[in-house]
Write a protein that binds this ligand. Structure first.
Ligand code: BJW
Ligand code: ZN
Length: 250
């Protein structure tokens, strides 16, 4: 790790009052949840257009549900890792901490983060495609394809390709991105839009951009400082306040 850049980033962090964490699948990799892209990404083996697409859900709901039941089990067995915990811990030090996540695994909330905007939904919620009724985990998981009281198909509340992102979470995320001092990109390939626009909003507004990833990404060129390593190792080190710097303590 480049020590000079690391010190620069720490100093910026120590003098900041608002910080946004924009996270992707890589922040949960150390919790045992596979990423989508990259060497171990699930989409090197499975086709996103078959599994993350509404038309295909209507054609083959059994296949899509088998996949989501498996994912639910993985998520239920997972625990927040040191990266989620370091992000939650940051709430003790900064006036404003916002987590904007593309993840659907709920691990930021389980780690204790309070302001979490989920841009791509949440695997614990489901809804009926016919009448819109929401179901949490109160669906009959034994059913190959869970059905609503109205007879409609129930689907996971996850944003698939070609679908709109939740409007208010997107707007609140844009506001937070445009108004933060520090914007930390963690464990995302940065290729999925419109979520990745947040990075550009922050950049346009003059935030100091930090990237934490195990490798270079499509958005690395936007970062003022990039740290290549596992989020669970880099973030706890980066977010430690200097002992003699108390100005961000609440
Ligand atoms: C570590 C680590 C460790 C590993 N520590 N790091 C051209 C331009 C602009 C847009 C488009 C376009 N062509 C098509 C589009 C639209 C499309 C899109 O962006 N496609 C691109 C992929 C090309 N977007 C959409 O369709 C969106 N909707 C939309 O645009 O609506 C408007 C519209 C309406 C009507 C018609 C047309 C348009 C919706 C996008 C929804 C994405 N949904 C998914 C759901 C998957 C299903 C599921 O979860 O079950 O969300 S896709 C998938 O990608 C998932 C993720 O949230 C998202 C982002 O992935 P993420 O988080 O970045 O993960 P990875 O795997 O890509 O990266 C992990 C990173 O971690 C890597 O960099 C590793 O190195 C790193 N890492 N271990 C730190 N330990
Ligand atoms: Zn219904």
């Amino acid at each position: 790790m480049n020590d000079e850049k690391f010190q620069e980033a720490k100093e910026k962090i120590n003098n900041a009052s608002s910080i946004v964490f924009f996270t992707g699948a890589g922040v949960s990799a150390e919790s045992g949840i596979a990423t989508f892209r990259g060497v171990d990404g699930i989409w090197t083996k499975l086709k996103p257009e078959e599994l993350a697409n509404f038309d295909n859900f209507l054609k083959n709901p059994e296949m899509v549900w088998a996949w989501y039941k498996y994912r639910k089990e993985v998520v239920n067995e997972s625990k927040p890792n040191p990266a989620h915990l370091a992000i939650a811990e940051a709430q003790k030090r900064f006036t404003e901490v916002t987590v904007i996540t593309q993840n659907i695994d709920n691990l930021h909330r389980r780690a204790g983060s309070k302001t979490v905007y989920e841009l791509h939904g949440n695997i614990q919620r489901n809804y009926c495609v016919k009448c819109g009724t929401f179901y949490n985990n109160d669906i009959d998981i034994e059913d190959k394809v869970p059905k609503c009281k109205c007879g409609g198909l129930i689907r996971p509340d996850i944003v698939w390709f070609g679908e709109m992102l939740p409007e208010s979470e997107f707007e609140l995320s844009e506001i937070a991105s445009r108004n933060c001092d520090i914007f930390v990109i963690v464990g995302t390939s940065g290729v999925v839009y419109p979520a990745a626009n947040m990075i550009f909003y922050a950049k346009e507004s003059g935030a100091y951009i930090i990237e934490v990833n195990i490798e270079r990404t499509e958005v690395s060129y936007l970062a003022n400082a990039s740290f290549f390593g596992k989020a669970g190792t880099v973030l706890p080190r980066l977010l430690e306040l200097d002992d003699n710097s108390g100005q961000n303590l609440l």
